[in-house]
Structure formats: structure tokens, C-alpha cells
Write a protein that binds this ligand. Structure first.
Ligand SMILES: [Zn+2]
Length: 415
């Protein structure tokens, strides 16, 4: 059996936004019909899409994007339609689809039962989603509602991307929000513990069976798909899985597969969020199977809530030293806690977790990013010299990084 390095959970990657380093500065709107609009923002190598239906019943919003863009989203909705959403539908739990829920207090929120459950713990624990931002109308297999003069059908299609993905079909308009179940010309992303690469072909088949073939399929990221795009996506997934499987069974490692250019013919599918390297690794993990380990967030959060930040860090070491076989321990968990604390303005506490990350994983792929967010928190605390130092250390690890270079220039001019 080959030795594996766990692929970082996509939910953590999306929290860190290390790939879409800078957040978006503009929310865009495009009419699909008279009363249905695609709303999206662009983070250089991937877009995040939402949908708005406006009419006599009010405004319905499908997905709410990431926390970082959510104030802009609210502003745009108010500017464009002069009203807040009365109804929100979350296609699944991920924070790039639910992160803006809290901006729309008073809206009813529809989601799968598991979305509500997940947002109250695990990797979301430190975010402390307020009660009003959790789905309060919960579905299981399917649900139909009537809103703004059309029937809207929702169906659970689990197992590939996550276990709580739903499709949202606007029947009269023939538009379907498919969340992250398929992408136009991009490899899929997924949660390793609740989804698997191997299920994507089946999931596409299910959607094709269930949904009208001439519909516009609005994915959670990238461009809209038509039926041909869905079929091509499935074909690429099937072919790349076959290629990787064959080599894996011969004992080849991911590095060897990359070296031999095994799936280089499909590199036009690697322009967005998931690279060739990550897609091969995702497939290997799916074939090989990983016994699922618990995430460290819940015990650390509980300790933090009762005994404070220093006790929470002690708890981390207790897990590491005494329970390493039960928990997933890897880089990026500590920094992701820090980021969630920083988003709540708790910069002193965030900094302690950033330092923990850098002490534990000083040379990880995310170390430069940790220095970036550390710099941001130091800056917020008006410790400009220390912030500058942090940005410089980040740049040493990622020479030429534009965001870090800009930050350094900005600060040097100021100090
Ligand atoms: Zn997702």
C-alpha cells in the first residue's frame, strides 16, 4: 500500500481562500429571465455563483457566498432590488454557499437537515453561526415550494461532493441550481469524509434522469452548463479515474503519475480551484479509502468556550500527544481557527493560533498564508512594525507573491 499524505479538506482550503488569495471587490448581476438573475463574484481563478428570483412573493436567494463578500452581496441586493430576501435556499453546507446567511436576518432558510447540524460544530464551531443564520426549514429527500409564480423542486443528490447537496429546479423558467455537483470544464471538488470522486458519474446520471435536458444548469462555481457540458464533465471524470486507477493498481505514486503526464490531456480542467495534482490525489484517496478520523475543532472549541484561549491551545497538545490516532492532525487546522477568530475581531486570540500553526508546521504549503493573516491581525492591533515583519517572512516563503508585496509596500510607506 502506498503511503498517502492526506489531501487538505476542501472546506478548509475554501476557508483559507489561499487559492483565491484576495477577496472579490465586486458583485455582478446578469438576468437569465425577466425575474431570475445570476449573481456572482470573481476570485481570480474561480467564480462563486448565486441566484435571485424576484416577484410578488418577494426575493428568493439561492446560496449566500462566502462571509468575506457577504456585506457587498447585501449591498448589491438592496441597491438592485430594494428589498431583503424573504427566503434563502442553501444548496449544501459549505461556507462558500452559507457564509453570507447571517447578513439576511429575518429570511427563512431552506436546507438539508445535515446543513443545520454541520453549521453548529466541526470546522464551523469557531464561526458560531447565529441561530437565525441556520436553515430553519429542513428537508430530507425532496421538497417542493411555490414562490413567485413557479414551482421549485429540490432533490437531495448526496455522496459525491458532500452528503447534503440538493438541486434546486425552477420549473417554469427551466433553470436548475446544481451547487457543486458538476462544473463546466473544471475538475470537481469535494469533502473527503462525506463525498467521493468515484460517485460523480452516478450523480451526473441522476441529475440527467431527474432534470429536463434543455435546462440551464447554474453551478455554484464557474460558468453555467448545458446537457453537453454535463456529459463532458462526466466523461472527463470517468476517464481520469480509469487512468489513475490503472496506474495505482500497478503501484505507481501520485508523483510518478504527474511525472509521466498521465492526465495532462485534461489540463484544461485544471484552470480553476482543483489542480491536476489535487485531482489525482483525490482519486487515489477515493480508491484507497481512508478510515475517517474526527476533526479537532469540537474539543478545542469546547475548551475555548469554558476555559479560554490558552486552555484551548493546551487541549491541542493533549490531543496531539495522547489521542493522535483518533483525530485528523495536519497543517492548516490551527490557522483556520485563527482566521475564524479574526473574522470575529478577536485578533489577540487569532494570533495565538497563527503562532501555534507556525510552530507546528513552519514550512507547510500554508505557512506563507499564515504569515499573511498574522500580519493582518497585527495590523488591526496597530502593531505595524510586527505586521511588516510577518508579511516579509511570508514573502520569503512565497517569493513574488503580489498580495504580500503590495502589503509590504503599503506598510513601508506608512512607517
Ligand atoms: Zn461545496
Amino acid at each position: 500500500m502506498m503511503k498517502r499524505k492526506y489531501l487538505m479538506l476542501i472546506i478548509i482550503a475554501s476557508l483559507l481562500t489561499a487559492k483565491g488569495f484576495a477577496q472579490a471587490t465586486e458583485i455582478k448581476v446578469k438576468a437569465i429571465t425577466d425575474n431570475i438573475f445570476k449573481v456572482w463574484y470573481d476570485r481570480s481563478n474561480y467564480t462563486t455563483n448565486m441566484l435571485v428570483s424576484v416577484g410578488e412573493d418577494g426575493l428568493l436567494l439561492v446560496d449566500t457566498g462566502q462571509e468575506e463578500e457577504s456585506a457587498l452581496l447585501k449591498e448589491k441586493i438592496l441597491e438592485k432590488w430594494g428589498q431583503m430576501p424573504t427566503l434563502i435556499i442553501n444548496t449544501h453546507e459549505h461556507r462558500d454557499h452559507t457564509g453570507g446567511n447571517h447578513q439576511f436576518k429575518g429570511a427563512m432558510i431552506i436546507g438539508h437537515r445535515l446543513v443545520r447540524e454541520r453549521l453548529q460544530g466541526g470546522s464551523y464551531a469557531f464561526e458560531e453561526f447565529p441561530e437565525y443564520s441556520l436553515p430553519n426549514i429542513l428537508m430530507e429527500e425532496e421538497m417542493t415550494i411555490h414562490f413567485n409564480g413557479e414551482e421549485i423542486q429540490m432533490n437531495l443528490i448526496p455522496g459525491a461532493h458532500d452528503d447534503n447537496d440538493i438541486t434546486v429546479w425552477f420549473k417554469k423558467s427551466n433553470i436548475v441550481c446544481i451547487g457543486d455537483l458538476a462544473y463546466k470544464q473544471n475538475f470537481p471538488s469535494l469533502s473527503e469524509n462525506t463525498g467521493t470522486a468515484l460517485m460523480f458519474p452516478e450523480v451526473v446520471d441522476k441529475m440527467i434522469e431527474l432534470l429536463p435536458h434543455e435546462a440551464v444548469f447554474v453551478a455554484g462555481h464557474y460558468d453555467d452548463l448545458n446537457l453537453a457540458d454535463m456529459l463532458e464533465f462526466k466523461k472527463v471524470v470517468v476517464e481520469t479515474i480509469d487512468l489513475v486507477k490503472t496506474e495505482f493498481e500497478k503501484g505507481k505514486t501520485k508523483e510518478e503519475m504527474l511525472e509521466m503526464g498521465l492526465i495532462d490531456n485534461y489540463k484544461h480542467y485544471a484552470n480553476g480551484y482543483v489542480s491536476l495534482d489535487e485531482w489525482i490525489e483525490t482519486i487515489i484517496i477515493a480508491i484507497d479509502g481512508i478510515p475517517f478520523k474526527k476533526m479537532i475543532y469540537d474539543p478545542i472549541y469546547r475548551t475555548y468556550k469554558t476555559d479560554g484561549i490558552d486552555a484551548a491551545i493546551k487541549k491541542y497538545y493533549d490531543i496531539k500527544n495522547n489521542h493522535a490516532d483518533e483525530y485528523q492532525l495536519d497543517y492548516a487546522y490551527q490557522v483556520s481557527i485563527g482566521i475564524q477568530l479574526a473574522q470575529k475581531g478577536k485578533h489577540e486570540e487569532a494570533i495565538k493560533f497563527y503562532h501555534l500553526e507556525l510552530k507546528e508546521y513552519p514550512t507547510s504549503d500554508f505557512a506563507y498564508y499564515t504569515y499573511f493573516v498574522l500580519g493582518n491581525s497585527l495590523f488591526e492591533l496597530n502593531k505595524k512594525k510586527e505586521a511588516l515583519e510577518a508579511y516579509k517572512k511570508g514573502l520569503e516563503l512565497k517569493p513574488g507573491n503580489k498580495t504580500l508585496t503590495d502589503k509590504i509596500k503599503e506598510l513601508e510607506a506608512e512607517i
